[in-house]
Design a protein around this ligand. Structure first.
Ligand code: FES
Ligand SMILES: [Fe+2]
Length: 451
């Protein structure tokens, strides 16, 4: 059995952080150690779908206020929000050919942030050459838009498995979480919380409704291991065998801020979700759930599910402003916010189950030091031959109560495709049983974690 030893408050056995160390790990503004590390990566800033119906979108990323726009050529640009002339917002801008004009006096800026036209200044003036705003590279992939705020040249945008698969059904959920990004990521290297926050707590909620419910699964063993793309976590749950996917394979944090999970498609569908935690600023995080539902060859998918990649809000509060208690993702958000805007790690009391948290913090510190030394940190890719392969569990014990229940207990409850996905999955299942069709090949389930 897993022992939750009580540690005495001794810095040798209990790796407390100082206030300064906590600041290093959590603050993301330009010039801060973590802000500079985060600026070495591409971050999602929204969905292609949003810019199909609008020309501009406000974006706050790593403490910077920006405007994403679509110009008259359909090209995306990302520039500082406020016009350097007299600070009107480009959110109200007028798209132009290769750039955007401030709507107040018409000054035009290109995607690099350079001012290229000042229509009411003298024709011979070179004043525009002295005026600029920040301008950053943007790239679209699989229905998402990504931005890079770091030093140029920008690295390659990692094409993680599932994003660029037009054969798959893909959805994007989003949620603005009003707390620092790190407590969200630390949740991903803390397997035991599922036993409580999504198990015993859920049972308590049902108990208050007069329903007897047993969903919590005790952790017999947990394990963590670094690998070339990040950090794997594995769990052995009571009642499961050492051959279970959860223990044999597990799933990774892709450094620094993506959790990848194999989400319950079983042998029928290859489902994978990327939970991407993007710092808006020190006290706010944009959380994205990117899921691809990969259907076996020969199975039909209604064209509407392939033609659109929907972008939808994931809720954690009900219409009265109270926490939603019966949803895994809402339960997580509730816990993260309850830790405070920026959790004070100088006063926490880590136990033996927090060793994944400690390992992750050490990796962050090590990679920040690389950036401080002028080196690229891990997962900065500059050549196309870099391997982005990793393995994911297929049969998760947590997700054994059926596809529809799983969807309802997660962010997918709010997906516009919720009903379609449940119906489609049920029809495939029936077809499989009826015709003994081959299920999706288990190429991901067949390997180990790569440890
Ligand atoms: S404030 Fe933008 S052009 Fe004047
Ligand atoms: Fe959770």
């Amino acid at each position: 059995m897993l022992s939750l030893g009580i540690l005495t408050r001794d810095a040798k056995t209990w790796p407390m952080l100082t206030v300064q160390e906590n600041d290093r790990l959590t603050r993301v503004g330009a010039g801060t150690p973590m802000g500079e590390l985060q600026r070495r990566y591409w971050h999602p800033i929204g969905a292609t779908e949003e810019l199909e119906t609008a020309f501009t979108k406000r974006v706050r990323l790593l403490g910077e206020d920006l405007v994403l726009y679509r110009d008259r050529n359909g090209k995306l640009g990302l520039i500082g929000e406020f016009c350097p002339h007299r600070h009107a917002s480009f959110y109200n801008g007028i798209p132009d050919v290769e750039g955007i004009r401030c709507s107040y006096h018409g000054w035009k800026f290109n995607g690099a942030g350079a001012c290229v036209d000042q229509p009411n200044e003298p024709a011979e003036s070179t004043f525009k050459d002295k005026v600029s705003v920040p301008g950053y590279p943007v790239e679209a992939m699989g229905g998402m838009i990504f931005a890079y705020l770091g030093p140029l040249p920008a690295p390659l945008l990692p094409r993680w498995d599932g994003f660029d698969n037009p054969k798959a059904i893909r959805t994007i959920g989003w949620c603005h979480v009003p707390c620092n990004w790190l407590q969200i990521m630390e949740n991903s290297v803390d397997p035991v919380h599922t036993e409580w926050q999504h198990g015993k707590y859920q049972e308590f909620i049902e108990e208050q409704r007069g329903v007897k419910y047993a969903i919590s699964k005790h952790h017999l063993k947990i394990d963590f291991a670094e690998f070339e793309l990040g950090l794997y976590k594995r769990r052995l749950l009571e009642g499961a065998s050492e051959d279970s996917d959860d223990w044999r394979i597990g799933h990774p944090v892709l450094f620094p801020n993506i959790l990848a999970v194999g989400s319950g498609g079983g042998k029928l569908w290859k489902m994978q979700t990327y939970q991407m935690r993007v710092p808006i600023d020190d006290e706010n995080t944009m959380h994205y759930w990117y899921t691809s539902y990969d259907v076996p060859a020969g199975h039909d998918v209604p064209s509407k599910l392939r033609e659109r990649i929907p972008y939808f809000q994931v809720r954690y509060l009900d219409d009265n402003g109270d926490n939603i208690h019966d949803n895994i993702d809402a339960q997580d958000v509730m816990a993260w916010i309850s830790q405070g805007k920026i959790s004070d790690r100088s006063t926490e009391a880590l136990g033996t189950t927090d060793r994944g948290v400690i390992l992750y913090r050490k990796m962050l510190e090590r990679e920040m030091k690389k950036v401080e030394a002028g080196e690229d940190p891990m997962n900065v890719f500059r050549t196309a031959d870099a391997s982005l392969e990793f393995h994911l569990e297929r049969d998760k014990a947590h997700f054994s109560d059926g596809f529809e229940n799983l969807q309802y207990r997660q962010y997918a409850r709010w997906s516009p495709w919720f009903r379609d996905l449940c119906d489609l999955f049920a029809s495939y299942n029936a077809k499989l049983l009826r015709e003994a069709l081959p299920a999706f090949p288990l190429e991901h389930g067949a390997a180990t974690t790569g440890e």
